[in-house]
Design a protein around this ligand. Sequence first.
Ligand SMILES: [Zn+2]
Length: 235
Amino acid sequence: MFKKWSFPAFFSLFLAISLLFSALSFTFLKDSKDLQTNAVAREERVIVIDAGHGGIDGGATGANGVTEKDLNLAVASKLAALFRMAGYTVVETRTTDVSLADADAKKGHVKQSDLTNRLKISNQYPQSILISIHMNTYPGVACSGLQVWYSQNNDLSAELANAVQGGVKSVLQPQNNRKTKVAITSIYLLRHAENPAILIECGFISNLEECERLATPSYQKELALAIFTSLHKKI
Ligand SMILES: [Zn+2]
């Protein structure tokens, strides 16, 4: 036998169902709006990936003899591939072992010419985000762990730097308590970037253990994936 619904009980049920439907439709609308927003942003977004050093400028030398420029390129090209797969427009400052300095740059001005040309590439795209990839060194001390620097020229830079620092800590380096740093007087590229810009020191190649890990393609892939995922959520 059916128990008759009293009006207050029926009304409460009706109200609950109505609320549920409005919550669901709000969620779906919000999702479709987010998708649209991301799709538009992703089409316009240019990710400039800068593998630090190159050519005559090898950067630092690792504890096992590896050259920083080669590790930078290995990580940077894996990161570029991930952004491309996700539908972003990607520009790489270099894809081979070359310097970006002008051929006629005078002795003593080669490094500055190289940096100026990297900056020009990044600044020519108004909707770009610059991600520069480097390796760290610290003589005599067994320092380890990734650390991200950011430009103070754009608020998004700090947000992106924190995302990468936190993302890599959570999936790859739970012991890494390093904090992101703002480039105020150092790092030419970040000081002069017109768009959001970060520089990732992927780890210390002065530390033999970390250097060997950074030279391993499987670790480079893990690192690139952790960096990509952290940034993708924010842009
Ligand atoms: Zn470097």
